[in-house]
Design a protein around this ligand. Structure first.
Ligand SMILES: [Fe+2]
Length: 159
């Protein structure tokens, strides 16, 4: 997780709080990974890469594809080495499609999408259960807690 954040931080094209969003996505993703028996390293890379290539904070069609291209670049440079080939392909597919509203795919991919969608409270949206992909993500208490986390003021970092 630290490696993913370290690699991605200088590449954020916008300072829109995506690092904080990524941290919450990873928090949700780690819990979902445990419950869905998915490799948490996939969720860590997804959390910090998937919005790293945004040009704006709107829909920005294409930012998932650019994030996947960035992942390929990191792989070729020997930086993103933790994932085996199958998980790396899942990471790229999850990022390419993450804002298209799909709800079905392999467990690793839908875990990534749910981890991201659980943080929709940051833009004033309460995640709708029918737009989430997995049973654990649809649990009302998890959604309620996720919204509270999204809306909580960011804690200041210690120096
Ligand atoms: Fe996101």
């Amino acid at each position: 997780m630290k490696k993913a954040l370290h690699v991605v931080r200088p590449r954020f094209r916008l300072d829109l709080g995506h690092g904080i969003h990524g941290s919450r996505v990873f928090w949700h993703g780690r819990a979902l990974a445990r419950e869905l028996d998915v490799d948490p390293r996939l969720l860590a890379w997804f959390a910090f890469l998937h919005d790293s290539q945004r040009h704006d904070d709107g829909i920005d069609h294409g930012h998932g594809g650019r994030a996947a291209d960035f992942a390929v670049e990191l792989r070729q440079r020997g930086v993103l080495t933790e994932l085996d080939r199958r998980h790396f392909e899942q990471l790229c597919e999850a990022m390419r499609l993450h804002s298209d509203g799909h709800t079905e795919n392999e467990p690793g991919i839908v875990a990534c999408w749910d981890a991201d969608r659980l943080d929709l409270g940051r833009v004033g949206i309460t995640p709708a259960p029918h737009r989430l992909c997995t049973a654990p993500a649809r649990e009302p208490q998890r959604i309620e807690r996720a919204v509270a986390m999204s809306c909580a003021p960011a804690r200041r970092r210690r120096r």
